[in-house]
Design a protein around this ligand. Sequence first.
Ligand code: SF4
Length: 379
Amino acid sequence: MHPPKRYPTRRVCLGPVSIGEGLPIAVQSMTATRTQDVEATTRQLRILEDAGADVIRIAVDNQQDVSALARIAPHVRVALSVDLQENYRLIREVAPFVHKVRYNPGHLHHHQPDQPVRDKVAFIAGQAAHHGCALRVGVNCGSVDPRLRSSFPADDSLGPMLASAWEHCSLLDDLGFTQYCVSLKDSDPYLVVEANRRFAAQRPEVPLHLGVTEAGMPPDGIIKTRIAFEQLIPQGIGDTIRVSLTLPFADKAEEIHAGRKILADIAAGNFLAETQYRQQGLEIISCPSCSRVENEAFVELAHKVRSATRYARAHRITIAVMGCRVNGPGETDEADIGLWCGPSFVNLKRGRETIGRFSYDAVLQRLTEEVDRLIAARG
Ligand code: SF4
């Protein structure tokens, strides 16, 4: 099969690698260690580099993370990216060390709420331009700008995501900043496909970072991601990809191997996923974890949730398991049952309603009671 004709996106330079303009699709991952644990973070970076990562992202939330980044960055051999969430002003400290910064438009309202978003974006773009850094406008289904979310019907999740992406592209364009790409992530691969198709139709020149957020554990997480990539990449959409998987430390390279395998299969015309995915009932969404994870037992918890609920696999139930308070509350809202981690407890939710906090051991029993209740209620 001939490689798909790619959208005519512009080239964005990320230090040692560039994306867009028909260049090979770059494969990314993100460290899941505490950034301040320099030894563990460096070790995981090396695992990902050795696996063939083109770009690796690290979360930075505070000054201690910045200090750790300053020690880690000189030893990284691939393009290094930083993930900013609420504290967008940290870009001033991190930009000298990295090639790219991802900011989430849905988190800009937390700090300095009275300051216009336009000014915050001007600050971010100014720092990025000054240090020769690219940006990613990273829009995520569970943390869309609340101002935009409230201006769309409750059942329209794509409208506010796209509006947010388009708004931030316009803000960056008005500032004359062009070294940016965009991502539109959802845990539903079909929504990822639709969001990226609609975005690319309107802004075909903007490079896209593709990913299914909180895809979960392999093999289901890989299958779900394949569904999105197999539909988008043959249409020429996508300049860089990440397969987000919930994995133990030693297996982190699987994100890169899975990404390369999907790209190779698409190039060879091997399309696998659709039938496998549609056969599933119970769905477990889980984040890949990152520096913000509140307890290292998170990955184990996600696996225990899968084992404890296996008996319900024929039922159409969605369970979301998230690692922290930054994205946990929002990213579990659309699931039937949600769990998000605190330092020594797990918050359990039924839809948007909080049931309570439980210890890491006790939450599984309470979870299965909730699953049983849901099965009974749905007949
Ligand atoms: S939910 Fe929290 S711990 Fe998990 S990947 Fe997102 S920010 Fe990191």
